[in-house]
Design a protein around this ligand. Structure first.
Ligand code: ADP
Length: 231
């Protein structure tokens, strides 16, 4: 157990330092070019170099902010109450309202979503991230649809966010939950969303995973929580 934790930490530090280094490499490269372009008196290239340096510092800033966010999750956790999933789902829809409207996504929330034990704010963050991703990774789908649902699992409940978007190859089903891991660098984002989701769900004693038949077949993100009646 401890060994597994150490290995996980080692891997985590390795990837994080690698990702934080990449803007530095960019900066170093463009500082070199900048010197040359200043010497050559090429104002246009100087402006471009400065822009690239600026962009890299902004990226570094975003990555560091994300890292801090991830580290703080455990600190604010309140696991004393029950939360109504249906209410959370509706709130998540409000938070993602704009992209949903712009992409024309039909979002459905299953009836009679149960209550779960957990921290309201953090679980809202989970649904917000999963719904946001479902909309973001819709691809060319002509009838974009997302469904927030659930299935019982003993004293637990498995919450599901199903989309009919681009889908995910089985090879990547674990990897995408790692910090800064992204399959496609084209869209906005740093790759923190699913790492946050995983950390929050695990601090609740639950598990999170993705089910997808592969590229083009949509994805269903699932997470398990203790059922919490009285929400
Ligand atoms: P970000 O959204 O910032 O890229 P996330 O950690 O939220 O980072 O997601 C990691 C990666 O997992 C995404 O870049 C994308 O490649 C993949 N992914 C996440 N959600 C979905 C989804 N619903 N459908 C297809 N791919 C997804």
């Amino acid at each position: 157990m401890l060994e597994a934790k150490n290995e996980e930490l080692e891997r985590f530090i390795y990837t994080v330092s690698h990702d934080l280094k990449s803007p530095l490499v960019t900066i170093r490269g463009f500082v070199g070019l900048l010197e040359k372009d200043i010497a050559a008196g090429d104002a246009e290239r100087v402006a471009r170099d400065l822009e690239r340096i600026q962009g890299a510092t902004e990226r570094m800033d975003r990555l560091l902010n994300d890292l801090v966010r991830l580290s703080r999750v455990g600190r604010q956790l309140d696991l004393s109450g029950a939360v109504a999933l249906g209410e959370l789902a509706r709130e998540a829809v409000v938070r993602v309202a704009r992209p949903i409207r712009e992409r024309g996504v039909d979002v459905r929330i299953a009836e009679a979503l149960p209550g779960v034990v957990g921290d309201r704010q953090q679980l809202l963050e989970v649904l917000h991230n999963l719904l946001g991703n479902a909309v973001k990774f819709m691809g060319e789908q002509g009838e974009p649809r997302v469904e927030i649902g659930h299935r019982p699992d003993g004293d637990r409940v498995v919450c599901t966010v199903r989309d009919n978007g681009i889908g995910i190859d089985a090879r990547h089903h674990d990897r995408i939950f790692g910090l800064f891991e992204r399959l496609d660098g084209q869209r906005e984002g740093t790759g923190i969303g699913l790492a946050l989701v995983k950390r929050i769900v695990e601090l609740h004693g639950g598990e999170v995973w993705v089910e997808s038949e592969g590229v083009g077949s949509g994805s269903t993100f699932c997470f398990s929580l203790l059922r919490g009646d009285g929400a």
